[in-house]
Design a protein around this ligand. Structure first.
Ligand code: G1P
Length: 271
């Protein structure tokens, strides 16, 4: 059973400057709700009980968002606003499930995940990247079902344009399982279009085994001088760990870039 999720939140969000110069990108509202809450709703609906946030000193506002009890209590005492009361109840419920760890140097996704090691108790855990919103269908829930069926690791996948492959982790497929799922033979972080093994990209939903931590501990820096989760995943795959790629059914929204963020707001307001 997958009961824990990791959400890396220490990134600087430079692609969304100037909005992110004083404000964490994950708290930027999309249609009246912080983008992070869409990710949390997906987790809770998928049956996750505990969520580990990897933040940094610069992103402490994220913690404050969930720890502002005094402020809410005062407001609720003075104002009998049902909506605010309901929202506070939701925040309190989320707060109980969230643990915080810190990654103060932006050394990459792999380094971030390693920081959460001490909290992970199960054989596998879910990881969600907050830039990648998937709407209309709960991708995490579907991936957990796959994990339960095949008892293996799972990663989300989506076709991208050939000229864009160097923005993503790219899969080499081993074998089709069915229309939506395939076995992964390899995965390469941000390859050049000429060298890409396919146009199937890794999207930010992962079910990973505990064994990833021992690989991450020894992981050297990869492309761009960062420690990539992708590089440790490919080591596990080469040692016969089973990984399934899942072509998710929901609608993908990239809220990590300015164009994507604006488009996400428009798209979500139409749902
Ligand atoms: C990260 C991963 C990459 C993956 C992407 C999905 O890249 O390293 O493999 O395709 O997330 O959003 P980043 O967005 O941190 O550059």
């Amino acid at each position: 059973m997958i009961k824990q999720a990791i959400i890396p939140l220490a990134g600087l969000g430079t692609r969304l400057l100037p909005l992110t110069s004083v404000f964490p990108k994950e708290l930027l509202p999309i249609n009246g709700k912080p983008s992070l809450e869409y990710i949390l709703d997906e987790c809770i609906d998928a049956g996750v009980k505990e969520i580990i946030f990897i933040i940094s000193d610069k992103k402490k506002l994220i913690k404050k968002y969930f720890y502002n009890d005094k402020f809410y209590k005062n407001i609720i005492k003075k104002k009998k606003d049902k909506r605010i009361k309901e929202e506070y109840k939701k925040i309190l419920n989320l707060k109980r499930r969230i643990k915080f760890v810190y990654q103060n140097k932006p050394l990459g996704t792999g380094d971030a995940v390693l920081k959460a090691k001490k909290f992970i108790t199960g054989s596998h855990f879910l990881m969600l990247f907050p830039d990648d919103l998937i709407m209309k269908k709960n991708c995490s829930k579907d991936m957990i079902s796959l994990h339960n069926k095949y008892n293996c690791s799972v990663m989300a996948s989506m076709k991208v344009k050939k000229e864009d492959v160097n923005r993503w982790g790219i899969y080499l497929k081993a074998k089709k399982i069915n229309k939506q799922n395939f076995l992964i033979k390899d995965v390469v972080e941000k390859p050049k279009p000429k060298k890409a093994p396919s146009t199937n990209a890794v999207i930010g939903r992962y079910i990973l085994p505990r064994a990833i931590f021992s690989k991450l501990k020894k992981q050297s820096k990869g492309i761009g001088g960062e420690i990539h989760i992708t590089d440790s995943i490919r080591k596990l795959i080469s040692q016969k760990h089973k990984f399934i790629g899942h072509n998710f059914a929901g609608k993908y929204l990239d809220c990590g870039t300015m164009n994507g963020y604006i488009k996400s707001s428009l798209e979500i307001s139409k749902l």
